[in-house]
Design a protein around this ligand. Sequence first.
Ligand SMILES: Cc1cc2nc3c(=O)[nH]c(=O)nc-3n(C[C@H](O)[C@H](O)[C@H](O)COP(=O)(O)O)c2cc1C
Length: 288
Amino acid sequence: MSKPKIFVIYYSTYGHVHTLAQSVLKGILATNQATAELYQIAETLSPETLEKMHAPDKPNIPEITAEKLVEADAILLGFPTRYGMAPAQVKALFDSTGKLWAEGALIGKPVGLFFSTASQHGGQEATAFTFMPHLAHHGMIFVPLGYADKRMSDNGVVLGGSPWGSGTVAGPTGDRVPSAVELEIAELQGKKFVEVAVKLARRNVPTDVTTGGAASAGAGAGAGAGAVGATAGAANAAGATNDTTNAATDTAGAAAGDKPAGDASQTAEQPKHGRIGRLVARLKGMFV
Ligand SMILES: Cc1cc2nc3c(=O)[nH]c(=O)nc-3n(C[C@H](O)[C@H](O)[C@H](O)COP(=O)(O)O)c2cc1C
């Protein structure tokens, strides 16, 4: 089985999240179990505004596009907070994924998040929390960091990150650089994420939301995600208790064309006409 392809995608105005992204990337590559590619999210602010914000020039890293997202087996996504939410640049990327949503193209992809805030209580957890609808609507599987490193419970130092994902604290003027511990935790997130990506990435089959019966706008996207998510959960349980069992399941999955067991509704002949069919056709037309 080929290694899963993980995209590390980030937006950063002042470079803190870019630095974290490099540690996350390092952690993925250290496992030798996955390939990794680094992308930045396109800027939407004007050069004049960025100059007023004293933002440095962007590094020479390729920009991600909506269509390119499909190529990733799993994604680690980092961004600084804006009032406890993702920056508009990240929202703009996701707002351009309507066609992918209509096609169910991102369903089942594992996603981890990492963050930067100015202050320790500036909203790293809120930023993760408020980003969840993007992942849920796409049927993507959120992979939290948990308390993967005991140092995350150290209350005696300035420390970014949370169970939702690694992080750094940039300071009120942005002059604090990520600490060694923060970077090690970011690296650990890359490593831990690979464990999940290896288990899930190849199990996911493209889900045609137009043939899933109930898989129409709203309820449909959720139903499709639920089917894949349930399968992924079963895979996880097998992996947690017995890796050999999981490997056996992998082989069985490959023999069966990697179709998850609960996926029968996706392959069965479904009526394509009627009210739901027309609605889906109209939605697909909107995003072409
Ligand atoms: C419009 C705006 C809103 C922000 N909101 C918050 C906030 O709610 N909490 C916080 O701690 N920092 C906030 N910040 C600070 C950024 O999170 C900080 O500059 C960023 O974490 C630095 O990361 P970067 O170097 O990758 O851009 C805000 C910054 C801007 C420009």
